[in-house]
Design a protein around this ligand. Structure first.
Ligand code: ADP
Ligand code: TMP
Ligand code: MG
Ligand code: ZN
Length: 217
């Protein structure tokens, strides 16, 4: 593995499009897209990818290597749209992989990366590279994902998405609920394991007032 470039090493690259004013590099933006499962986080991330691609801007797309739902080198939305992505074990690998003249980098399922992604994202935006991250804010037990929480403090743009509640059908689902597959809060899966629900329906399920399984299938 190559050694991570020192902070500032990217600056030596000539890039006519880099955001420069008065000889100073302008910082990039960190955009964080959060919400429960099925809320459109990946779709929104991919719509930003498209915008940069349409502008012929150089980008790179990353994902945690542990997310093997749709193949290790793909970011994929529940609707089926997808994009090639570079799998990461460790967020610091991003600094070895990028060339330094990217306009933006994109990370899906960021909740599965270590909190070191905070330092990586800070370096990149300080170098004028836009960073877009999408991820779950909470586990199905309503515990915050540490990495997402930390990125929330750094982000200058936060997009909080909602899904359609699986029980009541309203577009106000902010929570994910696990319907099968054991108790683990780190558990890759899709519709066979998780539904999106609003807070009222989540609480009704917890109190036994709704039989979630009678709504499935
Ligand atoms: P996320 O990354 O937040 O899980 P995706 O962008 O992968 O979301 O998927 C969003 C798509 O999921 C929607 O465009 C829709 O086609 C589909 N979908 C399935 N179930 C739901 C739901 N309960 N609410 C909203 N969209 C849903
Ligand atoms: P999604 O937000 O793009 O739908 O993907 C979320 C992924 O996170 C999916 O693989 C399921 C997993 N997950 C957990 O590991 N723990 C949880 O508590 C929840 C809600 C999802
Ligand atoms: Mg997603
Ligand atoms: Zn509901």
């Amino acid at each position: 593995m190559r050694k991570a470039p020192a902070l500032g090493a990217f600056l030596v690259k000539y890039d006519p499009c880099r955001k420069i004013r008065g000889g100073m590099i302008l910082s990039g933006n960190l955009t964080l897209i959060v919400g429960p499962m099925y809320s459109g986080k990946t779709t929104e991330l991919l719509s930003f990818v498209e915008i940069y691609k349409l502008g012929k801007k150089k980008i790179k797309v990353f994902k945690p290597s542990m997310d093997i739902r749709y193949g290790v080198e793909k970011v994929r939305a529940h609707s089926g749209i997808e994009e090639d992505a570079i799998p990461l074990e460790n967020p610091e690998e991003i600094l070895n992989i990028i060339d330094g003249d990217e306009k933006a980098i994109f990370i899906d399922e960021v909740q599965f990366l270590s909190v070191k992604v905070y330092d990586v994202a800070k370096k990149l935006v300080d170098e004028g590279i836009d960073v877009f991250c999408a991820g779950l804010d909470m586990t199905y037990k309503q515990n915050p994902f540490d990495t997402t929480s930390k990125l929330l403090s750094l982000a200058n743009v936060v997009i909080k998405k909602r899904a359609v509640c699986f029980i009541c059908g309203e577009h106000n689902a902010t929570l994910s609920f696990k319907i099968s597959g054991g108790e683990s809060e780190i558990d890759i899966g899709g519709k066979e394991k998780y539904i999106a629900v609003c807070r009222d329906c989540y609480n009704k399920i917890q109190r036994g007032e709704i039989d979630v399984h009678s709504h499935i299938g």
